[in-house]
Design a protein around this ligand. Structure first.
Ligand code: SF4
Ligand code: SF4
Length: 439
């Protein structure tokens, strides 16, 4: 029997006009940064500094002690004000190192450039990436060094550099591709060397033709195919991207490794280039600040640990009748209750709206739209019911852990049911139960 096909994913207006043509502006380093020790997938880093100590720009201030962790570095030079719990964009307090910026950007002597980055071995590239605390900048903040070390029995044949940026309103990756195509491609080449991939594909959605053109123009001897994909949400989700480009299906509960693929975001590729060639730790990133509630939307290069408030002030401030502030894109972003929260490695944007989607929720009318649009082929309405009734084994059996939290179901739902909230809750509860069992 033929597998039924679904109009999977959704087609929201991309709403990128406000910042697409705005070059990246450097946000002057703020007077204070607050750098959480947990801003990546895995275990928190352990603090290496104490209140009152002087630190240098790029100095390691948090040590990732396990494989699934990441080092954390000072993004300014100055004095440590505190090592204590602070607001985190995830919505819970996290131990963070607050630093008073002395405005001098005194560099740590630990930063060691490589004379010829392309002559380094795979292990040397991975070590430099690990030491620099590089994590996936597409939002998931997965430690990059782990991704660069595929299991021996699962060789990588294809590297995909993800330039889709399918979330509406965000243009940070687009600007990176337009303004720094060579750094992105050089980073891609290092990932290819480290992972052993044979083929490199740079995937760009067809609403970013200029970015694709800039990448193509700067190939400069680097072998990569620049491939245009249809603009669709969530085109940039790893499993969707692999399916769209290679017609390979990542198995349920599996990873791209399982089908011989490695996916890296364009921002991560640039960070890898800087980590390996310059020895530069991940202390800054590009974000988009936009939305009807922002005075002057911009793309900014910001130091990690800059408070949302400082970035928003630089962009003309918030409108008075603000309704919603989100970190990330409008589909997957996390709602924020305060601007006294630091920008972390996984912050792709700060969005603010004067009017938000209506909050009223209505009963499910069993229209099936959430099912039709789920890119993972799940039954969101059924999963939400399992979670609401705390039927954890059933929720797991029917695939709640495969949910990528893309928000398509919620976007398509005419009853405005917060389906993503129920998916996240289900995933967290099941993960918690598993951790308890193995503890
Ligand atoms: S159930 Fe998860 S993967 Fe499916 S559409 Fe909803 S958020 Fe996306
Ligand atoms: S889209 Fe909303 S109303 Fe329709 S079946 Fe899914 S949960 Fe119910």
């Amino acid at each position: 029997m033929k597998t039924p096909t679904f109009p999977r994913g959704v087609h929201p207006h991309d709403a990128k006009d406000a910042t697409m043509d705005k070059p990246i502006v450097i946000l002057p380093p703020p007077e204070k940064v607050v750098i959480p020790l947990h801003q990546h997938f895995g275990t928190p880093a352990e603090p290496l500094v104490k209140k009152g100590e002087e630190v240098l720009l790029g100095q390691k201030i948090g040590q990732g002690k396990t494989l699934f962790s990441a080092n954390v570095h000072a993004s300014v030079s100055g004095k440590v004000l505190a090592v204590e719990d602070y607001n985190h964009p995830g919505g819970y307090p996290v131990t963070a190192v607050s630093i008073a910026n002395d405005g001098q950007d005194r560099l740590s002597p630990d930063l060691k450039p490589a004379a010829d980055p392309f002559s380094l071995s795979a292990d040397e590239i991975r070590d430099r990436v690990r030491e620099a605390g590089v994590v996936g900048l597409g939002g998931a903040a997965f430690p990059t060094a782990v991704k660069l070390a595929p299991p021996k029995d699962k060789p990588i044949d294809t590297l995909i550099i993800n330039g889709c940026e399918c979330e509406p309103m965000l243009t940070a990756d687009y600007r990176l591709m337009v303004e720094n195509p060579l750094d992105v491609l050089r980073g891609a080449e290092l990932v290819r060397i480290a992972s052993g991939a044979i083929k490199v594909i740079v995937a760009v959605e067809d609403n970013k033709l200029r970015a694709a053109e800039m990448m193509r123009r700067h190939l400069d001897g680097i072998h990569a195919d620049i491939v245009l994909l249809k603009t669709k949400y969530p085109q940039g989700a790893e499993k969707n991207l692999i399916s769209a480009l290679l017609r390979r299906e990542v198995p349920r509960g599996g990873l791209p490794f399982d089908v011989g693929v490695l996916v890296q975001n364009v921002g991560t590729a640039k960070a890898i280039w800087e980590a390996v060639s310059l020895g530069k730790p991940l202390v800054e990133r590009v974000i988009t600040v936009a939305g009807s509630g922002i005075g002057e939307p911009k793309n900014l290069l910001v130091r990690i640990g800059t408070l949302f408030q400082d970035a928003v002030n630089f962009c003309g401030g918030l409108a008075e009748d603000i309704n919603l502030v989100v970190m990330g894109g409008p589909m997957m972003g996390l709602a924020q209750w305060s601007l006294d929260t630091p920008i972390i490695k996984g912050t792709s944007g700060i969005l603010a709206w004067r009017t938000a989607f209506p909050a009223a929720e209505y009963p499910c009318i069993r229209c099936g739209r959430c099912v039709d649009h789920c890119p993972m082929g799940l039954l969101p309405t059924l999963l939400a019911k399992f979670v609401q009734r705390e039927m954890w084994p059933e929720a797991e059996k029917w695939g709640v852990l495969d949910c990528v939290e893309c928000g398509c179901c919620q976007y398509a739902c005419p009853s405005r049911i917060p389906l993503v909230h129920w998916m996240r809750l289900g995933k967290n509860k099941i993960a918690q139960a598993k951790r308890k069992k193995t503890a």
